[in-house]
Design a protein. Structure first.
Length: 89
């Protein structure tokens, strides 16, 4: 609700899930307002054509707001480097 009440707002919901993102995934499936779900099992890109930032810009332009559910372990590949993450998966 808070993201919807402000123009160009991005609501970030952080949930437990350092090693597994099932809580974030189930929360996303239970809600009809989530635009992106980030979990540790699936690496994602921030920049570029298929990147998260471009997707969020598109959602803001279309809806005026966006909601992202984030498991606390998501995005570790951005800190460690892609090679180390691929080895752990």
């Amino acid at each position: 609700m808070e993201a919807q009440s402000h123009r160009n707002a991005i609501g970030l919901v952080k949930v437990m899930g350092r090693q597994a993102g099932f809580i974030a995934l189930i929360s996303t499936l239970a809600s009809c307002n989530v635009d992106a779900c980030l979990i540790p099992e699936v690496p994602f890109y921030l920049d570029g054509d298929p990147g998260l930032l471009q997707y969020l810009r598109h959602r803001l332009a279309r809806n005026g707001h966006a909601v992202v559910v984030l498991a606390e372990g998501a995005g570790q590949h951005l800190l460690l480097g892609d090679a180390e993450v691929i080895e752990t998966l």
